[in-house]
Design a protein around this ligand. Structure first.
Ligand SMILES: Nc1ncnc2c1ncn2[C@@H]1O[C@H](COP(=O)(O)OP(=O)(O)OP(=O)(O)O)[C@@H](O)[C@H]1O
Ligand SMILES: O=C(O)[C@@H](O)C(=O)CO
Length: 426
């Protein structure tokens, strides 16, 4: 299998978001879970997105996993690798965007890595290096209360510099608006002053087309789905890939079986979606304290599901409002409580699949990563889009048989997302 574009995503929902964008912009794409086993048969594609679960792990671990995935993608012919990060730049001061970007560029002094989390379709824009989420600066948006990576600084040049070895520069909007040659000149100027990575402003898709054109001429870039859009359009425009439209028919063949939703995301959008789902489906709110205490709460959830699931879709959620999340974290620690709850929600997902669930929506990036790993799913075909950033996924090579999944990033989707997703998964 020879590919043109490779991507390494720092979480699984982000990977499906990017794969969806690449498909919509003309590239045949698959999403793998880690580096696939050589025996896994993958279809012929233009792009592969390798999903990793490295957003919130120690930097050295993230660098090792991303470097291995990069080697695998290059061996398959990738001419460019996009490190897919969150459109809200989720990371901490000891976080991984800087170290992984440095490692993938090989510390090369030849070019400056373009970095932009802009994704205008979901309201993420960057101006003078500052990230806006809708109309709010990042640090004033609900991301300030994120359970794992609270974001307190909207100035991405500063955020990235705190994580990086080399200096970080800015490619401002006026330069981006002047087109690819102006961006290249700016990068050259930055390179001469020792800058190794540059945050690029982008507000409209045309800005991302400019950045994609420039990035494609380099080895590596770092960004969210918006930069994926720019790279895909640049590849198609350059004639290296014929434009292909639409999800593969295979990806949307019905799988039957039972349907369930598992949520561990505490993001504002997910909390609203759960409140709306409560009006039309049975919803079980897990008790986080009891989840941390042992397996009784998991067993109780499975038994609750068993009594209801043959009658229609059910929802099981650990999600809680920011005040409750911080109370739990102050008692048990941020990482310990997050990981224990992810482990519990993934056990619940596995038990549901063992009881016949074949269509599943999982809300939250870390939550999805833990559940997909527990299920041992090796890869996904990309189906139609449910909401911006969230496609229907069909498993490839799954030992439990074919399943349809939707891995929803915490902040994505409208109020009726859960019902809308299930309506597309048969
Ligand atoms: N009630 C709770 N109290 C504390 N932590 C919780 C609770 N419920 C879930 N969590 C943890 O919060 C984290 C949520 O992160 P996750 O990535 O799954 O969602 P998200 O951040 O909304 O999604 P995304 O990363 O896609 O934006 C997980 O580690 C999860 O286990
Ligand atoms: O870019 C985004 O916002 C999402 O794909 C994501 O990574 C959230 O986890």
């Amino acid at each position: 299998m020879a590919i043109l574009l490779g991507s390494i995503a720092d979480d699984y929902t982000g990977a499906s978001d990017l794969a969806n964008t690449l498909m919509k912009n003309g590239l045949r794409t698959v999403q793998t879970v880690g580096i696939p086993d050589p025996s896994l048969a993958l279809p012929d594609v233009d792009a592969v997105v390798v999903s990793l679960k490295i957003r919130s792990v120690a930097a050295a671990e993230a660098v090792a996993a991303a470097t291995a995935a990069d080697g695998w993608l290059r061996k398959r012919g990738a001419i460019h690798v996009l490190y897919k990060i969150c459109s809200t730049f989720d990371s901490t001061d000891t976080g991984n965007i800087g170290p992984v970007t440095n490692a993938l560029s090989g510390g090369s002094a030849d070019s400056v890595v373009l970095v932009t989390p802009a994704f205008p379709e979901t309201g993420r824009t960057v101006y003078l290096g500052h990230l806006f989420v809708g109309e709010q600066l990042l640090n004033e948006s609900p991301l300030k209360d994120h359970p794992l990576n609270p974001m307190h600084d909207a100035n991405l040049v500063r955020v990235m510099a705190r994580q990086s070895r080399g200096a970080v520069g800015l490619v401002g909007l006026s330069t981006v608006s002047d087109g690819p040659e102006a961006v290249k000149t700016r990068l050259e100027t930055l390179r001469a002053t020792g800058v190794t990575a540059a945050i690029a402003d982008a507000i409209f898709e045309r800005d991302l087309e400019t950045l994609g054109t420039v990035a494609l001429q380099t080895w590596v870039s770092t960004g969210a789905s918006g930069l994926g859009l720019g790279l895909a359009r640049a590849l198609v425009r350059s004639g290296q890939v014929p434009l292909r439209t639409g999800a593969t028919a295979d990806a949307i063949r019905p799988v039957g079986g039972l349907a369930a939703i598992v949520a561990g995301s505490c993001s504002k959008a997910t909390l609203q979606q759960l409140a709306i789902a409560e009006q039309s489906m049975p919803v079980l709110r897990l008790d986080p304290e009891r989840l941390l205490a042992g397996s009784e709460e998991i067993n109780a959830a499975i038994s609750w599901a068993g009594d209801r699931i043959s009658a229609g879709p059910i929802v099981i959620a650990a999600s809680a409002a920011p005040e409750m999340v911080s109370q739990l974290q102050s008692r048990y620690g941020r990482d310990a409580s997050g990981h224990a709850i992810e482990s519990a929600t993934s056990s619940i997902a596995a038990e549901l699949v063992a009881r016949g669930v074949r269509r599943m929506v999982i809300a939250g990036g870390e939550t999805s990563g833990a559940a997909v790993d527990r299920l041992g799913i090796p890869a996904f075909l990309i189906g139609p889009e449910i909401a911006p950033g969230v496609p229907v996924l069909r498993t490839i090579g799954n030992v439990q048989g074919d399943m349809l999944l939707a891995l929803k990033s915490g902040n994505f989707g409208g109020g009726d997302f859960f019902a809308a997703a299930l309506a597309m998964m048969h």
